[in-house]
Ligand binder design. Sequence first.
Ligand code: BMA
Length: 312
Amino acid sequence: MAIVKRYSGNPILTPRDIPYEVATVHNAAVTQFDGEYIMLFRSHQLNGRSILGLARSADALNFKAENHPFLVPAKKGEAAVYEEYGVEDPRITCIDNVYYITYSAYSRHGVRIGLAKTTDWKKVERISFITQADYRNVVIFPEMFNGNYIRLDRPHSEISPWSIWISYSPDLIHWGNSKLIMKPEKYHWDEMKIGPGAPPINTKAGWLHIYHGVFPTMDGSVYRLGVALHDLSDPSKIIGVGDEWILQPEEPYERTGYVHNVVFTCGAIKLNDSVVRIYWGAADSVMCVGDANIDDLVDLCLNKSRHPMGGT
Ligand code: BMA
């Protein structure tokens, strides 16, 4: 039995649904605002560089894109320097009614993470860049812990496989006390690299973190999703990591597209105490959605687990 049940109407958003010209619609963050669902999606433009667009939905399944992009590379100031090659893969975290957006900012200087905020999903304000190069996949927890914000991040690494770290901040801008908490496992579906996916979801058993893992093959890399469970009061403690993936490219729109064999998440929503709705970009081309039972994900982390640091 598939642990993530795909929605029968997949894909739910494609380039044809976007009122301006784009080549792809993928890797979207999703949140709830004012009685509706907001999807902030990445699109390649026809020059191969990415922008972020916004779509709205009443039911978390049928999304309608706005007429204009939401966040495009800045034209002036410091942001223009670091967003020259595009903005990608957003994540959204809501804390005290402020929606914080982390996104990858690409430029000739590498990739770093930008932090922006909005309170109305009409205006967006850049706050700061919160990493140097080369970082991707920064997800912020939706609450504070003893006066600190906490994020999971993924620095670039060539010495050891790309891994997941945790960092702390009193103000969302200055981050430190970084610590490695989770590594790929050798000869395993995530052996090449792992990265934070959706901002963690609060459950009775712990914080559920849906992440991506990559396996190299003769036919290129395969991107899949997995799940880890973090301690509720100290997320640096990982209670368990599911040994098996929870989603892999299987449907035609996941297996072929702009980049083949990719499922990649930037957002999930807790629909109620028992169901989490996961959104994923398929083949870097279209957006898809599916539901999983929280108990099944927790059970995988607790009862079919592998060591968080690999090497079992
Ligand atoms: C990663 C990122 C993602 C992308 C994935 C598959 O390195 O660039 O944005 O979805 O590759 O192409």
